[in-house]
Each structure stands twice: as C-alpha cells, then as structure tokens.
Design a protein around this ligand. Sequence first.
Ligand code: HEM
Length: 453
Amino acid sequence: MRTAQHPATRHWRHALAPGGLPLAGHALLMGRKPLQFLASLPAHGDLVELRLGPRPVFLPCHPELVQQVLVNARIYDTGGPVKEKAKPILGNGLITSDWADHRRQRRLVQPAFQAARIAKYAEVMEEACAAESTAWSARRPIDVSHEMLALTARVTARALFSTDMAPHAVAEIQHCLPIVVEGAYRQAIDPTGLLARLPLAANRRFDDALRRLNQLIDRMIDDYKAADDGDRGDVLSALFAAQDDETGGTMSDQEIHDQVMTLLLAGIETTASALTWTWFLLGRNPRAEAALHAEVDEVLGGRAPVYADVPRLAHTQRVFSEALRLFPPAWLFTRTTTEATELGGRRLPPASDVLISPYVMHRDPALFPDPESFDPDRWLPERAKDVARNSYLPFGGGSRKCIGDVFGMTEATLALAAIAGRWRMRPIPGTKIRPRPQMSLTAGPLRMIPEPR
Ligand code: HEM
C-alpha cells in the first residue's frame, strides 16, 4: 500500500508514457484501448506525461496529486477540447462554466439537491423502481442496459419536472438522450472537428434529437411560468426559486435551460451504466448476490423499499459502491491549467491538459488490494478505513464534485433493493461484455433472465 507523506517532502516519480509514436504520440493507444493503456501507467510514475498528437497531457496517478488538481479549481479549471465541444450542447451550465462563474452557479443549483428535496425526489424513485420491478415477465430475457436507462430517465425526468407533461417528457428523453449522448461523444473525440459538419444520417439524427430535447426543456420552462403555482417539489421549482445569498441574483430562463440540459446529460446515463454493471457483477458473484437478497429480505420483508429504508440497506450500498469502483461511469474527465503551475515537482505551462481517471485509481493494486475482484465487503467500515485517502473518486472531488451524488446513490439503492426483492437476475451463459469507454463507461446491451425469487 502507498504511504502518506507530506507532498513537499515527497519525491514524486515522473515518466513519459511508453509506446509513443513520432507524430501521433499515444493517440493510437488511447484510441484503441484507452482503459488498458491508462491503467498500465501508474506503474511508471506518480505523474505520467502522454502525447496526444503534439500536445502533452498529464495524468496524475497518485491520490495526493489527483487531490491537488481537484481542490485547486481556479488553476485546474474546466477545459480542454472535449469541454469546448460540449458547449453547443450543454450551453453554460455547471459542467461547462469556468471557475468564477461556476462558484455562482453552484450556489444557485445546490439548494435543488438539499436533503429535504432528495426525500421528495425519492417518492418518484420509489414509484418508478416499484413499477420497473413489477413490469418484467418470469424467465423472459431482458436487456438490462435498456431497462436501467429507461428507469433512470423516468426518475430524473420526473424529479426535474413533476407536471402533467411528465409522461410525454419521459418518452422524449428516453428517445432523444441516447442519441445525443452518442453524438456528443463522437464529436468530442473527432480531432478534426469536421465530422459534425458532414451530411451523415447519424448527424441528422443527432441534430434532430438535440433540437427536440431543447424544445422539451423550453416547453417545461414556459409551462412552469404559465402555471405560476409555486414550489412543486421538483428540481425546476428549486431552480426558479434559487437566489444567490452573496449577490441576490437569480437565474435567467436560459441559465435554467442550460442547467436542466446539464442535469439530464450528467444524471441519467451515469446511474444507468453503474446499475447495469452492478447486475452484471452480481450475476458472476453468487455470494455477494446471496448477501444482497438476505439483506433486502430482512429489511423489507417482501414489501417495496422506501426512502427511510436506505440507511438500513448497507450491503446494497456497498454492492453499488464496489460496482462504481470497478466500472466508474465517469472514467475520465479533464482540467486545463489557467496559469503556469507545479504538480508533483513538475512545471506545467499554462493551458496544459490534465486527465483525471477514477478508473486508473480504482484499479491500481497499490491502492486497492486485488483490484480486479468484486468485493463489496471492502467497504465494510472496519475495512474501508484502510482505503487510501482520495483514492476512491467515482463522483470526483473538490468544488466540482458531482452535485447528484446523493441523488444517484439513493436512486441506485432503491432500484437494486426493489428489483432484488422480487427477482434473481440470471446471466445468460456465454454472454460476452466489453466495457465501452465512451461519454460514460457503459456495458452495451446486457441480456439477463429475471427469475422470480
Ligand atoms: C452513479 C451516478 C453518477 C456518477 C458516477 C457521477 C459522476 C460524476 C463526476 C465524476 C462528476 C465530476 C466531473 C468533473 O469533475 O469534471 C460529476 C459531476 C456532475 N454530476 Fe454526476 N454522477 C452521477 C450521477 C449524477 C446525477 C444523478 C446527477 C443529477 C441528477 C448528476 C449531475 C452532475 C452535475 C450537474 C455535475 C457537474 C457538477 C459541477 O461541476 O458542479 N450526476 N458527476
């Protein structure tokens, strides 16, 4: 295990990642097998330099260096080519805004995620999870990815807009969101920026889906303003009510629009991917699955779970935490330096790109013993205290830490308990599954057979 030393007294190991080519650098390795390539890098140094084309980018592999990047949000600001390409889609919301504006935005959006409001959103979660768990037929295979995406889309849409229009919104979001997420990723990884301008069917589908999502959000905002019926307990009401303590300012309709789009894109596929991986891992680990069933039976005694059960569903939460360790949906995110700085004794010029990869940290044997094994019990309090500080970051850290972390954990715990209370999810022998490192670390289609318990 790595030992904690004061950063100033530590001798940090720097390295250039092996395998670079003269012009492309490591772009081909990153393009072909990003997970394997990135996960091999901590063995070379605490701070590893890669070349993506001519551009140097830096990957901190040691938790203390990752932490320095995450907490110094003014110097390590949001940025990089991926964020630039996301702006036409996300506008200027929490993910795309720069440091100074982000602080203001976060003050305004945070009240929508206070504990009392999560309790209200949990009613939507309870209902949607119960409906999902009763909709399946015994022994008829389902695509778990598809089902989990439908579930998280329904939960998020109805937590955002609790109006009569919600059923229409759910259907629109379920249709449009996967197309937008896929298209956004294709554009993000296109180094030429030309792909989006070609007259391709995929581009037309993307433009259409994005237009429909934008229209939907505008209609919801208009509807809310026309009804003028105060706090409906949903996210949209909280965004309209938000007032900045420091300046007294509120959000314009356009700002609310951008926050809603950001929440849809950040909150649905992430949670759905993590839930899909959880069912996949449980299907291969009968002991963890049996412990889940035992806990759910003991806590719920056959009824559907409610918000008040969440604290008692401790093993269920450990199962989800362990799935987030092995397959963190936000497997890679970026920062760009706003001025010259030093990281681990290495000088970084202004506008340097820094990669943060929870996947790399979570699979490092120096941080997590036997990192490839699915072991929910590593999160038992007596064992979790030995996990190196700042090495587990499925929700990121610092001032840009996921605003939906409690929302996502609550939703996932209720979904796992509701489904595990009724079904055993049996894997289909021979099913091959390969992590797809795209916008989220998704599993692709995953067919499993629900068996009544
Ligand atoms: C298991 C589910 C989730 C995972 C693994 C996850 C992961 C993350 C991570 C790692 C970040 C930080 C990215 C960075 O620093 O650049 C982030 C940010 C964010 N997430 Fe999540 N997220 C999840 C669920 C959600 C949900 C349910 C919502 C909303 C309903 C949400 C909304 C956001 C937003 C708005 C941000 C930007 C926050 C900011 O910059 O202030 N996420 N998420």
